[in-house]
Every structure is written in C-alpha cells, then in structure tokens.
Design a protein around this ligand. Structure first.
Ligand SMILES: [Zn+2]
Ligand SMILES: [Zn+2]
Length: 313
C-alpha cells in the first residue's frame, strides 16, 4: 500500500512579483481560491502540506527589508509595505490561520521568505541563507515550526543550508517522462495525457547527502492548460483527472508515494475547482476503502528518517 501526498504552494502576490507580466486572473483569485481550497480539503478531510511564503506571516512591514541581502538589488521593489488591511495580497496571517483551524490536519511548511529563485547564477549563498532563516523565524513567531520546504518554481538549490534552519524535507523535481525529450513535445504530451496508458510516476522518498528527505513531485495538477486543455475536451474526461486517477490507483496497488502539487491560485474558474474536487474525492474514496494512506511531507520525512535510523542502529 502506498500513499498520496499533496503539497500546495501558497504565495498570493509573492509568486509573481519578479515577472514583467503577472497573470492577473490568478492574482485576483488568490485569496478567495485559498479559502475555497481549505474548504475543499475539509470536505474530504484530506490533510496537505501548505508551503507558505514567509512574508505572508508578517503583520506589517515598511516595504524595504533593508536588512535583507537581496534588498540592494531591488528585489523588494514591488512590495508595497503596510499591512494586510491595506495590501491583502502581500500579507496573509488570516489565511494561514484558516489552514491551522481547518478540520483536516494540515502541515504548514515553507515556500521561502520572499519567493527568491534558488539558482546559483541568480542569488548568493547569503540571500539563500536569509530566505531559509527568515521563513523559519517568522513561522516560529506564530508558534509554527516549519520542517518541509518547497523551492519557488521548483528550482532546487542551496540544499546544504536547509538543515541549519530546521528543515528536514523538500519537494524535489519530478522524474522525467518519456515525452520530455520528444521533438514533438506538446503533441507527445497531449497524446500521453488524453489517451496514453502510462500514468504519472510514483516516487520514492530518499535521504540526500545532507540528511534531508527528498520527496519528488509526481504531478502538477495544473500543468495541462490553455489550448491543450481546450483541444482535449472531445476526449471526454479532463486529462489531468485521468492522469491523477492512474497515479492514485498505482499508489493503491504498490508501495510508493504519489505526490500531487498545486497553487490555490490555479483555481481560476469552475472547471479548475471541479478538477481538484474530482481528484480529492477519488483520493478519499481509495483511502476510505483502506487501500492507501494520505500523508503530509512531514509524515513522509518522519517515517523515512525513522526507518533509516532503525537500519543503522
Ligand atoms: Zn514587506
Ligand atoms: Zn511559488
């Protein structure tokens, strides 16, 4: 019997502040979709790992963050400062409270402090360390201890610094799929998702050279959008729901983790909400049949580290 893990990248405006052309519909929906996501997970009593951008845990700020090593490069230029009443896309203490007060037993993890990209060509080790340290510190101030980390845009870097700030696990990149290298990538992916018989991969949590548990992603729940999604309509079931069900069934049949991830702001219209609902109801159905378990990233990290300790005791 395997398990399903769902991680949620929660960031409001921070997810896009470095982009020249941020996706307005997603930003407009960011807060309401967050609340709707909490409610949906409650409906099926499914716990998730919410990787929250640390800045959202602040009550207020001056918009400058002069003591942050990224400030001199203009990284915080878009930060309007103030508080959650004035600028509610940059602060989210009430939204984090909604996660904590939910019926489902969610984990709160970290998605960095200000959504920097952990790429050695773009940031220094000082900036990386500041992001890890601050995201852990603001969580601590709100009586949260964060141990799971999700790298912005899934750019995994500076892992060696994570243990120092109390992190035990991170979401690694999804294993490659056959169509990634295809010259006909969009078409090959389209065929795979609509009529293919190969589901997304189950992943195996592994302890890396720094003692961290890597829990790679299996499926981005909103990775099949735009024209491809429209073109797939005649094929019947939403191709992502079809892929997700294959992964969930695989987790019911063999050991391994099926790791789904999403952003609340992916839920822009009703079809997006329906997709998440179908996937959650399918997970709940299999779980209630006793065929799989639902775990958070922290659950996976704990059992992986415990097993490792037993083997080496
Ligand atoms: Zn700020
Ligand atoms: Zn993000």
């Amino acid at each position: 019997m395997g398990s399903v893990v769902i991680s949620i990248d929660a960031e409001l405006a921070w997810g896009f502040h470095d982009l020249p052309d941020p996706p307005e519909p997603r930003i407009r929906r960011a807060r309401s979709a967050w609340v709707e996501t909490v409610d949906l997970f409650d409906e099926y009593l499914i716990p998730a790992t919410w990787a929250v951008v640390g800045h959202l845990l602040l009550e207020e700020c001056n918009g400058e963050h002069a003591d942050h090593p990224a400030a001199t490069s203009g990284w915080f230029d878009a930060d309007p400062g103030g508080d959650g009443t004035e600028n509610d896309l940059w602060f989210g203490t009430n939204l984090v409270d909604a996660i904590r007060e939910a019926d489902a037993d969610h984990e709160v993890g970290s998605h960095s402090f200000s959504h920097v990209i952990f790429d050695r060509d773009r940031i220094t080790p000082e900036i990386a360390a500041a992001e890890f340290r601050r995201s852990a510190a603001v969580a601590r101030e709100r009586d949260l201890s964060v141990s799971s980390f999700v790298f912005p845009r899934n750019i995994v870097g500076f892992r060696e610094l994570l243990p120092k700030y109390g992190f035990e696990a991170y979401r690694g990149r999804a294993p490659p799929r056959w169509y990634d290298d295809s010259k006909l990538y969009p078409l090959a992916k389209f065929v795979s998702y609509t009529v293919g018989t190969e589901g997304p991969p189950l992943v195996k949590p592994e302890i890396d050279e720094h003692g961290l548990v890597n829990i790679p992603a299996s499926l981005d729940l909103y990775s099949f959008e735009g024209p491809a999604r429209t073109a797939a309509r005649p094929f019947g079931e939403d191709p992502i729901v079809r892929q997700a069900k294959m992964g969930i069934d695989a987790a019911a049949e063999s050991p391994g983790v099926f790791h789904i991830w999403l952003h609340p702001n992916n839920l822009v219209d009703q079809a997006d909400v329906d997709r998440l609902r179908r996937v959650l109801s399918y997970v709940a159905e299999r779980r209630d049949e006793g065929r799989l378990s639902v775990e958070t990233m922290a659950d996976v990290a704990e059992r992986t580290l415990a097993k490792h300790r037993d083997l080496h005791a």
